[in-house]
Structure formats: structure tokens, C-alpha cells
Design a protein around this ligand. Structure first.
Ligand code: MG
Length: 386
């Protein structure tokens, strides 16, 4: 039996992870849950899954939850923690042997590193963790002899395609992108797009931050950086291609020119389940792929002019060192500003470019150094927004 801790259990990936657990009661048990602030949903999850420890990032919400637990007369009430310390308590708690990191943004970095140091295997949905500190995280993974299985559908696809293959025979990674809601839009129309239009993703049901990242194609950019670290492949061998049907979740090309793709109906429960069950595959009753219904698969060149965020991500990766952390920190602040109606769509990429231009990248070796860069980037963008 695998015992699981989840960081971000009330978000889109967190809830679907719990659904996978619900579908396989003999395989998994939930021991620890952490959320940002949604204690209504967390309370329901607590009743259903009976974890022994909970964390709520926001302190006032954590206090409110404790009061509710007392008032509810819950038998064997769980311990409740708060703040970053709370997330770390979940990540390192002795009750779980697999940590699912499904939080949004670089707040997931420190708990992930602490979890690795505590010997936890990691199932990673939080791509920002690898974007910000991929080199450090992968070094820790090796040092502590734990596994990292990707939840992101593209990386799950690549991970599956590479099973049983030798690393040196891999020539190329081909990341597929749906193209997002503005795939067919002209640049001048995208410029004026409201965040409501940007939130309408054609194929995937996702949280707000990743939906905007998908509209700007920063999501694909972050995934290129994530792929570099997960699979130890240089940027010039990671391609992106638009594939509007989202049936092929990604591909790999080997040095004998053979290409292997992983396919399926777009449903995040499939990669989540594989990340939990790896190296096994568990039976499941999700919708099966009917290619007659799909009829045709299409492919287009990715457009870095209409979607400059994708170019910025390649630039950050090429510069290396601390630059991807600057890209990510700036993006997180600017996506929030866009969601609040404070900047236009291209204000996101313009703001990231400014932060990157103002930063002198260097090679970091510690978590403290990279967290300092993350803070600098956010502060720089916030000041520029005023
Ligand atoms: Mg993805």
C-alpha cells in the first residue's frame, strides 16, 4: 500500500488525484493534505480520507479549520499546521511514502526539496519547481535515491515513451501543445483579449494560472524547461509543435529515426494515475480513445511572434543559471496582474522581458540563492507595475 501526501489537494490536480485514490482503495491511502486556503473543501476531504495531518497555508484559515474540527467532534482529529512550515510538515511527515506536489507556483519548491531530503518519492505536477531550481532538485533526487514521476501530461507521455530505452539513443523530444484558446487568433485581436477569453481552454479542464499560461504559451515554455531537467536533454533537442486535438500527449524521436508517441483522450487522471502507480499500470475505467471519432490529427508550427512567452522561455533556458527563475517569478506576478485586469495580454511577455533584461544571470548552488532571485524578480515586476 502506498501512503500519499498531497500538496494542493483542493486544486484541479489535487482533486483528480483524490479521485484516482478513490478508484483504487486497496492501493493507496491518504495520510496528509495541504491546501492554500480552501478549508470548506479540505474539511470534506478530511472526513472522507481521514488523513492524520493537515496544513493550510493561510494562518487565519488554519485557525478557523481547527475550531471547526473541535466543534465537529471529529474522532481522531488530525493535526493542523499552517504557513510554509505547514507545507513542509506535510512534505516530510513520516506517514507518507509518496508526495504529490500539485500546488501552483514556486511556493512548491521548498516543500519538495524537504520532502526529497526526507526520502519521499515525488509525483510532480508543480512544473515551477523544476523551472526555478531544476538543477538543484535533480541533484537532490539522485543524492537521496528517490524517484520523481511526472504528472504533467506531456512529461508523463515522454516518460512512458522512454521506458526500457537507453538514454543515449534519444535524439529529440517533441512536446505537443494544444495552442490554447488563441491558436487561430490574429495578433491584434490577442492584444485585446480579456482574461475571461483567455481562461477558455479548448481541451483541458485546468486551474486559472495554468489556463493563462496556456493562452500565452508560457505553459509550453515552462514545460520545455521542465523536460530539460527531467530527461537531461539540451534545449536544442526539445521541439514544440501545435496539435489542436490533444490526443498525442508528446513524442520522442530515437537516433534510428523511429518516433514513439503516447496517445489518449485528454484526461489528467491518466497521467496522475501512472505517476502514482509507476512502474505498474492499474486498470481503470476512463474514456477510451476512439480514433474513428477523432478522425484526423493536425499539426502546426508553434508561433513565437504571436506567443512571445515561448521564445522567452527558450531564451531563459539558453542563458541558464538563475534566468529561468526570473522568468517564472515575473510570470507568476504578471499573470495575477492580468487576471486582475491591470495589464493587457502582451503586458505579460513585455514585463517578463524587462525583468530578464535587468537580471545578470549566475550559476546558483543553494536553495537560498535561488529563492533570493525568485524574490528579486517578483519585487522588480511589482515595482514596474506601479
Ligand atoms: Mg502540460
Amino acid at each position: 500500500m502506498k501512503t500519499i501526501g498531497i500538496l494542493g489537494s483542493t486544486g484541479s490536480i489535487g482533486e483528480q488525484t483524490l479521485e484516482v485514490v478513490r478508484n483504487h482503495p486497496g492501493e493507496y491511502r491518504i495520510s496528509a493534505l495541504a491546501v492554500m486556503g480552501n478549508i470548506d473543501k479540505l474539511y470534506e476531504q478530511m472526513i472522507e480520507f481521514q488523513p492524520s495531518i493537515l496544513a493550510v497555508y493561510k494562518e487565519d484559515k488554519a485557525i478557523e479549520l481547527k475550531e471547526r474540527i473541535i466543534a465537529g467532534n471529529i474522532p481522531n482529529p488530525p493535526e493542523v499546521y499552517h504557513g510554509l512550515e505547514g507545507l513542509i510538515a506535510i512534505a516530510t511527515s513520516t506517514g507518507n511514502n509518496l508526495l504529490v506536489n500539485a500546488v501552483v507556483g514556486s511556493v512548491g519548491l521548498v516543500p519538495t526539496i524537504k520532502g526529497i531530503e526526507a526520502g519521499k518519492n515525488i509525483a510532480l505536477a508543480n512544473k515551477e519547481t523544476l523551472v526555478v531550481a531544476g538543477e538543484l532538485v535533480m541533484k537532490k533526487i539522485k543524492e537521496h535515491g528517490v524517484t520523481m514521476t511526472p504528472i504533467d501530461s506531456e512529461h508523463s507521455a515522454i516518460f512512458q515513451c522512454l521506458q526500457g530505452e537507453e538514454g543515449k539513443s534519444l535524439d529529440k523530444i517533441i512536446l505537443t501543445a494544444s495552442g490554447g484558446p488563441f491558436r487561430t487568433w490574429k495578433k491584434e485581436d490577442i492584444e485585446k483579449a480579456t482574461f475571461r477569453e483567455a481562461l477558455k481552454h479548448p481541451n483541458w479542464n485546468m486551474g486559472r494560472k495554468i489556463s493563462i499560461d496556456s493562452a500565452t504559451m508560457m505553459n509550453k515554455g515552462l514545460e520545455v524547461i521542465e523536460a530539460k531537467w527531467l530527461f537531461d536533454v539540451e534545449a536544442d533537442r526539445i521541439e514544440t509543435i501545435v496539435h489542436p486535438e490533444s490526443i498525442i500527449h508528446s513524442m520522442v524521436e530515437f537516433h534510428d529515426t523511429s518516433v514513439i508517441a503516447q496517445m489518449g483522450v485528454p484526461d489528467m487522471k491518466v497521467p496522475i494515475q501512472y505517476a502514482l502507480s509507476f512502474p505498474k499500470r492499474l486498470k481503470a475505467e476512463y474514456e477510451t480513445l476512439d480514433l474513428r471519432k477523432v478522425a484526423a490529427l493536425h499539426f502546426e508550427q508553434t508561433d513565437r511572434d504571436r506567443f512571445p512567452c515561448l521564445q522567452l522561455a527558450y531564451d531563459a533556458l539558453e542563458i541558464g543559471g538563475t534566468m529561468p527563475a526570473v522568468l517564472n517569478g515575473a510570470n507568476e506576478v504578471l499573470v495575477e496582474a492580468y487576471l486582475e485586469g491591470k495589464i493587457s495580454f502582451y503586458g505579460i511577455s513585455d514585463g517578463i522581458r524587462q525583468a530578464m533584461d535587468a537580471h545578470e544571470a549566475f550559476h546558483y548552488t543553494t536553495m537560498e540563492e535561488i529563492l533570493e532571485v525568485d524574490r528579486w524578480s517578483r519585487d522588480y515586476v511589482r515595482k514596474a507595475l506601479k
